[in-house]
Write a protein that binds this ligand. Sequence first.
Ligand SMILES: Cc1cc2nc3c(=O)[nH]c(=O)nc-3n(C[C@H](O)[C@H](O)[C@H](O)COP(=O)(O)OP(=O)(O)OC[C@H]3O[C@@H](n4cnc5c(N)ncnc54)[C@H](O)[C@@H]3O)c2cc1C
Length: 374
Amino acid sequence: MSTDLTSRPAAPALPASASPPPDLAPAGWGDPARRPGLPEHARRWLEREVGLGRPSRPGPSTQLPTSALPSAARDALRRVVGAEHVREGVAERVQHAAGRSYLDLLRLRSGVADGPDAVVLPGDADEVEQVLRACTEHGVAVVPFGGGTSVVGGLTPLRGRFPAVVSLDLRRLDRLVAVDPEALTATFEPGVRGPAAEQLLAPHGLTLGHFPQSYEHASLGGYAATRSAGQASTGYGRFDELVTAVEARTPAGPLVLGRGAATAAGPDLLGLLVGSEGAFGVLTSVTVRVRPRPAARRYEGLLFGTWQEGCAALRELEQGGLAPDVARLSDPDETRVQLALAGTSAVKRTARRRRARTSSASPSQPKTARQPLP
Ligand SMILES: Cc1cc2nc3c(=O)[nH]c(=O)nc-3n(C[C@H](O)[C@H](O)[C@H](O)COP(=O)(O)OP(=O)(O)OC[C@H]3O[C@@H](n4cnc5c(N)ncnc54)[C@H](O)[C@@H]3O)c2cc1C
């Protein structure tokens, strides 16, 4: 049976220790206040390999034109979400002007020439719908914004035929709405980010098990809107396989798609919204399959002689139903970089083992012989 967590008065959306991660660095990755820095051996190695220069600083953002939001639209939006949640400052608009692809970072560092005319932060699903109505009425384009980690241009503030565009930032919709420990599903608001989702599920003994490399900042609404795949998708499933239902808000009203954890009834229109990148509406709740948290975790590394051998082994694991939850194959370059950045001792140990293996291998041994890393 599903437990509606929104009716519990004392339950905060997040425990005090788990406040949402701070925003992305203006033109980079991670919380600037917690930037760990490179270990000395890694810096030396990068200097040798790629000629490490001085990191470029975020460029000036003064090229951003003043907001073109019509004043009637501004007033309407303020009435819906409150004046403090309609933001037209340059810093906020630059922060919402791009995702985090390489091209986005270049654009952010060389001086952003365009951005949304305003950033609007609704507090709940009804406000999302009212914002969409107001924007429709006043001819303003809307780009939903989750964690801001898109790498395919999904956050580019395109105006199209409209005079203005707003970025609809969903970070205030950050609650775990309901958990069903029998069906093993959980319903989240879309602004919950990866680490917060795990923290919210932990007291229930559950995990979402979705760990894309952008996990730290990406949101559940963003995962669903982009059909995200994560490191553990081999075991837990890609995000589109985890979603059982969504609610989207559109200017014409709510759209609720998907039913229980499994259904044979059709047609299934859920796939219209999962992966839609916000084209058909704004996802305001996402129901996903969850799993009991694993009692133990085991990590192993295997070194293959060639890329082809690695591919063959992974294919065999997957097709034989033996693949672990996380199975990642690194090509020779990635392996070399990872080992070098981990420290010289790891490189030496691996090299020694590889030499030992090579010298002891008889010609009749299969080339797929594998050597566990320490
Ligand atoms: C360093 C890095 C590593 C990455 N690793 C992975 C990876 O391992 N696997 C992977 O799949 N992707 C990866 N990505 C890409 C990106 O992180 C994913 O696409 C992620 O799912 C986007 O989530 P987000 O919350 O940041 O969404 P955003 O970037 O904010 O938005 C993405 C798109 O979805 C729309 N959108 C966002 N929220 C909603 C909503 N509630 N309703 C409707 N539309 C919405 C936006 O308008 C936009 O079109 C990576 C990106 C970076 C920068």
